[in-house]
Every structure is written in C-alpha cells, then in structure tokens.
Ligand binder design. Structure first.
Ligand code: HEM
Length: 465
C-alpha cells in the first residue's frame, strides 16, 4: 500500500480546466473542494502545468511553519515581474528575499505607520466632502483614488504636485486598462502584442513614464536628504543592509512601485465590498455607528482602530470575500510532507484562502456576513489568513488595516449613506456580491453624532446577526 496519498483532481482536458479557472474561479474551486476534498490538483498553471490547491487548516499550519529552504515563493512561482520588477520583494526568494524583507519591515510596522493616521482621515474627509447628495457614487473608483493619493504621500512625500498628479493618472490608467482581457492575454500569447490596437505598446509607454517619474523622485530624495521626512522612500534611502550597503536605485524603484500598487487594488476592492455589506445589513450599520459615536466628535485615531465591533466588522469583511483568493504560489524546494501527502521539489502549492474562510466546520453559516463570530472566538492564523502567512505574509498588513479602518470610520461617522437602489443585482462570487465595479452608494446628507443618536435611541447592542 502506498505510504502517501496522491491529490485527486478532475480528469477533464487541461484547456477545459483552465477555462473554468479563468471564467469562474471561486465557483470552480468550490466545486472541486466539494468533490475532491481538502487537497486537489488542477492543470491551470503556465502550459497547463499542475497546481496543488490546499484547503486544509492542518496542512496550512505545517506549510506556514516550513522555512524558505523547504518552500518559497518569488518569481519562480509567481513569474510576473512586469510592472513590479525583479528586485521587488514579491519577485525575490531565498537569501535576497530575507535581506530585503528585513530592511523594509521596519518602514511598515506598528508605530511607524501610525504617523499617517491623520493624513488618512483628512484625505477620506476631503473625498467624501466632494460627493453630491443623492448622486450614486461608484465607491471602488473613489477608494482607488484615495489610496493612490495616500500612496503618493506616504511613499514619496509628493512635494512636486504636477508630477504626483501625473503618476496618479498613469497608475489609474495601468490599473484600469481600456481593454483588460486583451491586455491580460497578451502576457501569455505574445503574438497579440503586435495587433492593431497598440495594447502592448501603450502598456510599455505607460510603464516607461512611471519609471521616469520614480527615478526622478529617487534622484531628488538622494540629492536633498532630510532626516525629518517620514515618507517611506526617505526611510528606505537611509536604511542599510547588514553589510552596510544602501539600496540601489533599481531596488528602490521596484519596492516603491510594489508598495504603491497594493493599496489601490486590494485595499480598494476590500473596502468597496465592506461598504456593500455594512449598508446591506442595517443592524450592522447601526451598531457600528453607535460604537463610533461613543468616541465623541474628534476621536483619537488609535482609539478608533481599537474599537471591538469595528475590528469584528473588519475581520468579517476580510473573511467573507478575501480580495486575495489564494496566497502567492509556493514552490517546493526540498521534499515536503504535509499531513498524509508528500510533495517533491518543483511542485507548486496554492493555499486557498477563500475556501478555508468558507469552511462550515470553522465558520458556521459561512456565506452570512456575521461580524459577531469574531467577538465570540479567536481564529488561528491557519484558519483565518486574508494576508497570507509564514515568511511571505503580507508586509503591508498594518498599513492596510490602518487605512481601511480609518477611511471606513471617517466616512461612516461623517455622512449618512445608503446602497444605490438601482445597483445591479448581486451575483454569486463565492458569496452573493455585486461585482466591485458595480457597487454604488448614495450620500443622503452630512451626519452629526447627536442627530443620529436621537434617531436611533434604543439600538440594542446584543443579538445582532
Ligand atoms: C486589503 C489589503 C491587502 C491584502 C488583502 C493583501 C494580501 C496579501 C497577500 C495574501 C499576500 C501574499 C502572502 C502569502 O503568500 O503568504 C501579500 C503579500 C504582499 N503584500 Fe499585501 N495585501 C494588502 C495590502 C498591502 C499593502 C497596503 C502593501 C504595501 C504597502 C502590501 C504589500 C505586500 C507585499 C510587498 C507582499 C509580498 C511579501 C513577500 O513576498 O514577502 N500589501 N499581500
């Protein structure tokens, strides 16, 4: 009898598997989980190579504990350094990854990121003040803009206003291409790059313009060092590796664009969905407002981020539809045993955040948006991991949490909001959800604490579901 189990998986043609994967990712993963269980193989990699999907918390615990000599990520596993570059933390592996992460981690940690709290609140206020009463607001696009402005200020300090406006516009263009499918396909099918629509040529031009701006910023920061500056580029320039070496211009460029690209896409998507869930569930909305109001008119940002119900709502919207459905792929370096399975070097493993977050044995009524579950019990880092785990865990977790909680709290406590009643019907995306681009909210008016308290005097803080 074989000592180790072999992951099962569909026997259909690889091109059919890949098609399903491309057009209905979550639904396809759910079907495979129900059919094959905790571990299954799909031939959806480049050239239809096999990927092993992992949906077992016990295996995740072991995988996150494995060191980089045994299993790692980086360009070998993700293979797409086009915009971020080969020196980006995302692309590196092994020793170089460890060195780079050690240098960057202090720039993005705890007290270091708290200095941006007031800035985050101000930008959220400024954005919401520009909304017109009664007009549907495409919330994802608005959030993308806030997070880009934040990225500009937090990462670069953005003193040159026309240049930072240009960078913002280029990043918006590159993140929201006019022909997204054609552009995505031209990465895999090179002959499409020379078509009449100039999709590839435009992409190269946008990337070159972004690089020109980033290198100009790096040059100016180097020429005018100012130890009082709190922007992350200044901090990175002043940092040194253990060898005493500074970061090169190429490393700085790749890290700045890597950090800058994350918030508008992932935090913007997560937060747009958060607005949807909160406004869709009036009990959650009221309870959250009551908690925010309890802090008074001009609360300390640190008190806001520690609020227990806000924290539970945050954890639940990051659980129910994690923006990252999967962690980065992991490539096995040395034979690896996880529970009853053994994986040989070269195997690509894909930890499945979405499926673990939807396991009924961990999250009863998993498709329901129920923040209370996070007040009732703690979840282990291998049961709940919207930011991945182990030595590749998201390095921007603290900043992302600060940005999302403060933007949410500032907008909810300052303005009365509702979902746009003409929004397209939600469809099934792992949970019932409108596509992020379709989420629209309507501002009903400015809100004051006393006004809301007199409207909802008897909100019952217990038993909300
Ligand atoms: C809602 C917001 C965000 C989510 C859901 C998210 C999620 C993730 C996930 C799942 C990973 C892969 C972890 C793994 O494979 O185990 C990751 C990696 C990473 N994230 Fe985030 N992220 C967010 C925001 C940010 C922000 C704001 C930044 C930077 C300022 C950032 C920078 C990075 C970097 C550099 C990595 C690569 C880490 C490494 O390979 O060592 N992320 N993120």
């Amino acid at each position: 009898m074989a000592k180790y189990k072999v992951p099962n998986g569909p026997k259909s043609y690889p091109c059919w598997q890949k098609l399903q994967w491309l057009i209905r990712q979550e639904g396809y993963l759910q079907d495979c989980f129900h059919k094959y269980g905790d571990v299954f193989t799909l031939k959806v990699g480049p050239d239809f190579s096999p990927y092993v999907f992992i949906c077992s918390p016990q295996m995740m615990q072991e995988l996150f504990a494995a060191g980089p000599q045994q299993v790692d990520s980086g360009v070998e596993a993700t293979n797409n350094p086009f915009l971020l570059g080969e020196r980006s933390l995302v692309s590196l592996s092994g020793k170089r990854h460890r060195q780079q992460r050690k240098l960057l981690a202090p720039c993005l940690h705890g007290e270091r990121v708290q200095v941006y709290s007031q800035l985050i609140r101000e930008l959220a206020e400024e954005m919401a003040s520009g909304w017109s009463i009664g007009q549907p607001i495409p919330i994802y696009q608005s959030l993308q803009s806030i997070f880009l402005d934040l990225g500009n200020k937090i990462l670069l300090g953005s003193k040159d206003r026309p240049r930072s406006q240009k960078l913002r516009q280029l990043l918006l263009e590159i993140m929201n291409p006019k022909r997204p499918i054609l552009r995505a396909m031209s990465f895999y099918l090179p002959f499409l790059r020379w078509g009449p629509l100039n999709v590839w040529a435009n992409l190269l031009k946008e990337k070159q313009e972004i690089d020109d701006i980033l290198y100009a910023e790096i040059r100016e920061h180097r020429e005018n060092p100012d130890p009082s500056q709190t922007d992350i580029l200044s901090v990175m320039i002043a940092s040194r590796y253990d060898t005493g070496e500074p970061m090169t211009d190429l490393e700085l460029r790749d890290e700045v664009i890597t950090l800058m690209a994350q918030s508008p896409e992932v935090a913007g998507t997560s937060l747009a969905r958060a607005f949807y869930w909160i406004l869709y569930k009036p009990q959650v909305y009221e309870k959250l407002l009551e908690e925010l109001d309890s802090l008074g008119d001009d609360p300390d940002p640190q008190e806001i981020i520690r609020l227990p119900y806000l924290d539970a709502v945050y954890k639940e919207f990051m659980r129910i539809y994690p923006t990252a459905v999967l962690t980065f792929p992991r490539v096995v370096k040395k034979t690896l045993q996880l529970q009853d399975y053994q994986f040989e070097p070269g195997t690509i493993l894909l930890p499945c955040i979405h499926l673990i977050h939807h396991r009924e044995d961990i999250y009863p009524q998993a498709k329901e948006f129920k923040p209370e579950r996070f007040l009732e019990r703690d979840f282990a880092p291998y049961e709940y991991f919207p930011f991945g785990g182990g030595h590749r865990r998201c390095i921007g977790t603290m900043l992302a949490q600060l940005e999302m909680k403060l933007v949410l709290a500032t907008i909810l406590s300052g303005w009365e909001l509702a979902l746009d009643s003409n929004m397209p019907k939600p469809s099934y995306q792992g949970a019932l959800l409108p596509s992020t681009n379709n989420i629209r909210i309507v501002m009903k008016g400015k809100r004051t604490r006393s006004q809301i308290r007199s409207k909802t005097p008897d909100v019952n803080l217990s038993g909300v579901n």
